[in-house]
Ligand binder design. Structure first.
Ligand SMILES: [Fe+2]
Length: 466
């Protein structure tokens, strides 16, 4: 009898576990509810914003890919007191032979703020898969950092991207960045989905908050490239105070290699990195037919050679599929313009931010509609990307907690928590994706998915979705 009871219990338990797994497969809203706390910015004298010691010491050091294939690194830093040196000294590990590169200098003013001296220097002709040291500054204030270049572009090159969005500079932002750094799955490059400093939330867009953000993130951005996407908080358009040049602080501080992909503006561009082809799109630049961005993307997508770069990743700020009641439908007009191309060219995944929460979609498309047929419902589509909203970096505006109900079929998983993710490419067929919430230990994953590449291995992954 006891044995019988145990077997019945085990059977019932098994059914329950199986059923709960099934429930998680598509259309799941996490039951995790974060403690209600206000998200506030760290004060300007917080230790994470500390200015490096010494007169005119370089600060706010950050790097990004400097060409199309990962053989160049664009280094940026700021000196506050005087122009100082534009030179970067750099050398590969295990080599004493030092090289020198000369950069350029820029600065800008914004209402009553004047920036420090912003230096940009592109280190070119680097060797792939090599650790380099680099120094900026002069004499006693010289500062040295390091980075590793990516392996040569190729179809089965493993590579791990971090995903961070809408970061800001609150106490929660600091937790997010720490969790990214401490994650045992080590991200090698961050795909940043837009909204950096949130300086524009301060009176007259207090640009000292751009400086503090640069100092806060330096502990990561000086050591691995962050691939930048412009969000709405980068627009900084305030004609009432005479600031009518959109994106002025952002473009002065965060250069990107847009010319190497024949783009005509720094808001949309592409890079190859390891086994991936990454397309950055601009939610806040014109994208309608005949616009520069439209014409660029129309030419760009056919250039992607999946035999060389199997993984086709698109990054933008405003999500196309979003079931939160924040920024609802804001990505819709761009979706109408570009979604048929994403299906045709089998984009693997689209990362966006803007909504301060987390969401992952099923593979769906909504491209059948025209004015006559009225067909306008998202349907499962194995040629479509997975859409991931990762705008949960933790900025001072707080979490988006209010969701549309019931959860739409296309929404696989959603949760209003701060966090970050990693996209860990194993080879041309498989990539392991994991989202981490800030409340958990560093190695705990809160949502995971094995991605099957759309070109090489286009099986339906939904049964393996966590
Ligand atoms: Fe945003």
């Amino acid at each position: 009898m006891g044995v019988y009871c145990c077997s019945v219990f085990a059977f019932v338990l098994g059914v329950l576990v199986f059923a709960s797994t099934l429930c998680v497969d598509g259309g799941s809203t996490s039951s995790f509810v974060r403690k209600v706390e206000k998200t506030i910015d760290m004060p300007l004298d917080a230790d994470v914003f500390i200015t490096p010691p010494g007169y005119n010491a370089p600060q706010q050091v950050h790097i990004t890919q400097g060409d199309h294939v990962g053989k160049a690194m664009l280094v940026t830093w700021v000196t506050m007191d005087e122009p100082g040196s534009n030179t970067v000294i750099y050398w590969p590990q295990n080599s004493k032979k030092k090289r020198k590169a000369e950069g350029m200098l820029t600065k800008y003013s914004f209402f009553n703020y004047t920036s420090g001296f912003i230096h940009h220097c592109n280190l070119t002709h680097l060797r792939h898969d090599t650790k380099y040291f680099y120094s900026v500054g002069l004499d006693h204030t010289k500062r040295t950092f390091w980075f590793t270049t990516p392996p040569e572009v190729g179809p089965d090159v493993p590579y791990t991207f971090g995903l961070i969005g809408d970061l800001g500079q609150s106490y929660d932002s600091n937790i997010t960045l720490t969790h990214y750094e401490m994650n045992p799955t080590k991200g090698e490059t961050v795909l940043f989905v837009g909204d950096l400093s949130y300086a524009d939330n301060y009176p007259n867009h207090d640009n000292r908050r751009w400086d503090s953000w640069g100092r806060f993130t330096e502990r990561s951005t000086a050591y691995q490239p962050w691939i930048w996407t412009a969000g709405n908080h980068e627009i900084d358009f305030v004609p009432e105070i005479g600031e009518d040049e959109p994106f002025k602080p952002y473009t002065h501080r965060y250069p990107v290699p847009y010319k190497s992909s024949q783009s005509t503006a720094p808001f949309w561009y592409s890079i190859k990195r390891a086994s991936s082809y990454i397309i950055i799109l601009a939610s806040y630049s014109a994208y309608g037919k005949y616009t520069p961005q439209y014409k660029w993307l129309e030419k760009e997508l056919p250039k992607v050679n999946r035999t060389e770069t199997p993984w086709l990743i698109v990054v933008m700020h405003s999500p196309w599929y979003n079931s939160y009641n924040y920024h609802y439908m804001e990505g819709e007009t761009m979706r109408v313009m570009y979604e048929p191309w994403f299906i045709k060219y089998k984009v693997d995944v689209v990362f966006a931010g803007h909504v301060h929460a987390y969401e992952r979609s099923e593979r769906i498309s909504n491209v059948a509609y025209n004015i006559v047929n009225g067909i306008c419902k998202p349907i499962k589509d194995q040629s479509a990307p997975v859409y991931i909203t990762i705008g949960d970096g933790g900025n001072l505006e707080g979490l988006a907690t209010n969701m549309t109900e019931p959860q739409p079929d296309y929404s696989a998983f959603r949760e209003a928590s701060f966090g970050h993710a990693t996209f860990d490419i194993k080879n041309r067929t498989h990539a392991y994706y994991a989202w981490h919430r800030n409340q958990d230990g560093y190695s705990v994953t809160a949502d995971t998915m094995w991605f099957f590449n759309r070109y090489w291995n286009a099986k339906d992954e939904s049964i393996t979705s966590a």
